[in-house]
Design a protein around this ligand. Sequence first.
Ligand SMILES: *Cc1c(COP(=O)(O)O)cnc(C)c1O
Length: 398
Amino acid sequence: MSTAKDWQQVESDYYMQTVRRVPVTLVRGKDSTVWDDKGKEYLDFVGGWATATLGHSHPAMTEAIAEQAATLIQTSNAFYTVPQIELAQLLIDNSCMDRVFFCNSGAEAVEGAIKVARRYGALHKDGAYEIITALESFHGRTMTTVAATGQPHYQEGFKPLTPGFVHVPFNDMAAIREATSERTVAVMLEPVQGEGGVNVPDPDYLPAVRAWCDENNLLLILDEVQTGVGRLGHLFGYQAFGVEPDVMSLAKGLGGGVPIGAFLTKDHADALTYGDHGSTYGGNVLTTAAARAVIRTVLEEDIPGRVRASGERLLGALKGLADRHSSIAEVRGMGLLAAVQFKDEIAGDLLTACLERGMLVNRVRPNALRLMPPLTLTDEDMDKGVAILEDAIASVSG
Ligand SMILES: *Cc1c(COP(=O)(O)O)cnc(C)c1O
């Protein structure tokens, strides 16, 4: 073991300094617990950035990966592979969508959805190309998904941006009506905004957007990279709001920690054909074998149903914290995606206090923490986490 090595010092000399990392070097994980290189244990409420659908080192995943790795790792999309086709069937048979394309990340999934919309506009709407997206949204870090993202700080220094995105306030139907023109081809939204601070819309918002899209022949694209695969207590987030998208993107939870993304369309929105899109690694046999194990387990063990129950329990516990601690301004969330917002900008201090006490959390805003634990979080681990958070709050803000 490399006990003496200061990995964080090595990183600072070699790695591009684009992410302010938490000063912890993680080496191992099991269920909702991870360990650092000094053997210290943490309850993981970051969950691989909302990817740990089955927790860390779930046997269904580790066995599927080990078996596939020993059999066949990569073929390219010039050939058929069984895990890719079975994963496609699992997603289509259990969703409202008709077709899927696999890629390698969330940003690529959104890129694919945007290409679908652009082609749909070219084919069916006189070349309409504009996509209405929301302020405070997050859609990825490639040039075009940065342009789609409704947060200017991700765009600074990268101009000119890909044209064709119009940003409106989230949860504001009138703003979408006003922004719609003959150039508009689609509306793209997260069912619940994740990186924007866990913003849950009013129940009538997405149904109203759906109706508007139907009236105006616009595609409704739901970016379910963070909300899909059980996170909100439904297999897909759209089910929580009683709407069906025309196009949907998935990534984070789909791979359970293995890099895979997907974009899916209904038949009428399936605008791509031979030669229009491709990917060397997209739908790779190793990652689709892993994701197939994730989705099978999610369905067999009714993980979405469990998340509905544990999500309500977590929100209840966080609201209890808000009753006892006046430093808390608001608690937001759905399923196992939650944020605790504070009156002051103390999220950084709280993150440090949680680390000291053995818990990982995400500072999603200077004044807010986000919790996105594995979907398999037990009540016992939830109670431990909430107790640590309460102790941290008491130490930072009294
Ligand atoms: C994380 C995220 C993305 C980007 O996914 P990457 O895998 O980081 O490229 C896109 N959309 C949403 C809603 C996300 O939460």
